[in-house]
Design a protein around this ligand. Structure first.
Ligand code: C2E
Ligand code: CA
Ligand code: CA
Length: 524
């Protein structure tokens, strides 16, 4: 369907046409001359002339002329063979040049140029519509590339490309746009269940781990899909729709696909604006640490603070992390943000009593940062803060993306005396085996369980059971989102160790070392 006529086919056709044309010309000239010579009885004239000039030995010359065409024919055949061989060589070179210009040298898939041509054609040709354009982005490519090196990154791209191409088959277009971004054009699709089922299968084909020389790696993909059944859209518009859908998909931080919906484009524009502003804010130091107390439930004493990022806007109001952490992750700014925040927090912590700890949030994206542990230690050393005072909070979902990588990083942090807490526990997919295997110090039960502690028996059972299990594994339990005294009483009854929530203090720009101060923050 999307196969182009090869250079070889085109050249063969050209050669065939030339041979036919030449053969026709030769045949035409030959029959014309023959008719002319017959009409003027040329042969008789030659015979008569030859008889009249016996001494000229014309019969020998005529015999030589008769033999000449045979020699000429042999010569022509040989020449034809040479030309043919020459032509084949040229075709091959031309074919290679075209393949190089239109294909990605690493994976062998059609490249962006090739795709642009195919897309232009597809959206203007009514026969090709309706079609679905899929933009596929691998989810953990950068981390694997950083961790295992570029060779492994290349191997992964090759493996992903061939798995995708094999799954899609020869009837649809599969290309690589660059980096870890692939594209698929499905022709003749109808919106609805069949398309969804197809997309589910395509998405699932990235699920099994890829076997690289460096070992098995799990990647997964985010797929943005746009469905085209009108002539109204330009190729650029179609592509940016798929891009916006892909971004939405990435936002959900899981593998899967999203179909484009109206409005997603404005989200994409908004995101680009925030991204530019965030770069600026990072440069000018407007991302600030806020501190929320962590309280020992047993006696109500503050044992430390969780550091939460706040973005100070020009008018003094604050932008909350839910509005920019995901953008920072996507734009590759999360490491900068993390280090900037850690530096400022460490400088503050130095002023605190030495028994207070501080907890920072680590994004799963940062697992790809090869110098993570070294940088953290360097910042602590420069600030003069002991590593034992730092706690790193990792969300459950971070474990799902690459358990081995998580394991390795946790172990290396722990070796330096840094503590690890498993954040938002109960919202993700970590298995009990992970809890046993990974050497966490704390488990933070997600605030969604606490919100309906009073009304829901099952929430109470879950919190009680998680606490008992964590204690059996030697982990401390922090409960997030404690907003009122009843919740506090319940979790104290369950034997939870540490509490965090508005009841004890909202995140504030300064740690409340004097606990009588009124905490609070102004929210944008
Ligand atoms: P989190 O790590 O679960 O942080 C706790 C969140 O719960 C904070 O939201 C905090 O303000 C909120 N919270 C605390 N007590 C209560 C309460 O009693 N009731 C309610 N309803 N909420 C409470 P915040 O500061 O908006 O942060 C949201 C999320 O953004 C954090 O969730 C964390 O996942 C992420 N985040 C914040 N700062 C950073 C950062 O520096 N790096 C990274 N990677 N993520 C961050
Ligand atoms: Ca946290
Ligand atoms: Ca949390």
């Amino acid at each position: 369907m999307y196969r182009e006529r090869s250079v070889r086919e085109q050249s063969r056709a050209r050669l065939k046409r030339t041979i036919w044309r030449d053969a026709l010309i030769i045949f035409g000239v030959f029959t014309g001359l023959l008719a002319f010579f017959i009409s003027v009885q040329a042969f008789e004239h030659v015979v008569n002339f030859s008889d009249g000039h016996e001494s000229w030995e014309l019969d020998e010359i005529l015999t030589a002329i008769m033999v000449l065409p045979v020699a000429m024919a042999i010569f022509s055949l040989r020449r034809l063979r040479e030309v043919h061989a020459e032509l084949e060589g040229r075709i091959e070179a031309e074919e290679q040049a075209q393949a190089m210009a239109m294909h990605d040298p690493l994976t062998g898939l059609p490249n962006r140029r090739n795709f642009n041509r195919v897309l232009d054609h597809a959206i203007t040709d009514a026969d090709e519509r309706p079609l679905a354009l899929l933009l596929i982005d691998l989810n953990r490519f950068k981390a694997i590339n950083d961790l295992h090196g570029h060779r492994a990154g290349d191997d992964l791209l090759i493996a992903a490309a061939s798995r995708l191409a094999e799954h899609i088959g020869p009837l649809a277009f599969v290309g690589r746009l660059g980096g870890d971004e692939f594209v698929v054009l499905l022709k003749d699709v109808r919106e609805g269940d069949a398309l969804i089922a197809r997309l589910e299968k395509i998405s699932a084909c990235f699920d099994p781990p890829f076997q690289l020389a460096a070992g098995p790696v799990s990647v997964g993909a985010s797929i943005g899909v746009t469905y085209v059944d009108t002539l109204d859209l330009s190729a650029d518009a179609v592509l940016s729709q798929a891009d916006a859908a892909m971004y939405e998909c990435k936002q959900q931080r899981g593998n899967g696909f999203r179909l484009f919906e109206a409005g997603m484009e404005t989200v994409a524009i908004h995101r680009a604006e925030i991204e530019a502003e965030l770069r600026d804010a990072l440069r000018s130091g407007r991302i600030e640490p806020f501190y929320q107390p962590l309280v020992r439930l047993e006696d109500g004493r503050i044992i430390g603070y969780e550091v939460l990022a706040r973005w100070r806007l020009d008018d003094g109001s604050l932008r909350m992390p839910d509005d920019f952490i995901a953008v920072a992750e996507e734009a590759g700014l999360i490491s900068n943000l993390f280090y900037a925040l850690l530096e400022r927090a460490a400088a503050d912590v130095r002023q605190w009593p030495a028994d207070l700890i501080f907890a920072v949030n680590l994004s799963p994206v940062q697992f790809g940062d090869a110098w993570l542990i070294e940088r953290v230690l360097q910042i602590l050393t420069e600030a003069g803060v002991a590593p034992g005072r730092l706690e790193i909070e990792i969300t459950e979902n971070a474990l799902v993306t690459d358990i081995e990588l998580a394991c390795d990083i946790i172990r290396r942090f722990k070796r330096q005396g840094i503590k690890i807490a498993l954040d938002d526990f109960g919202t993700g997919y970590s298995s009990l085996r992970h809890l046993g295997e990974l050497e966490f110090d704390k488990l933070k039960i997600d605030r969604s369980f606490i919100a309906n502690l009073q009304s829901s028996e099952s929430s109470r059972t879950i919190v009680r059971t998680i606490t008992a299990m964590a204690h059996n594994l030697g982990l401390q339990v922090t409960v997030e989102g404690i907003e009122n005294a009843e919740s506090a009483r319940s979790v104290i009854d369950f034997g939870c160790d540490i509490g965090q929530g508005y009841l004890y203090g909202r995140p504030a720009s300064e740690a409340r070392l004097d606990r009588d101060d009124e905490p609070g923050e102004r929210v944008a």
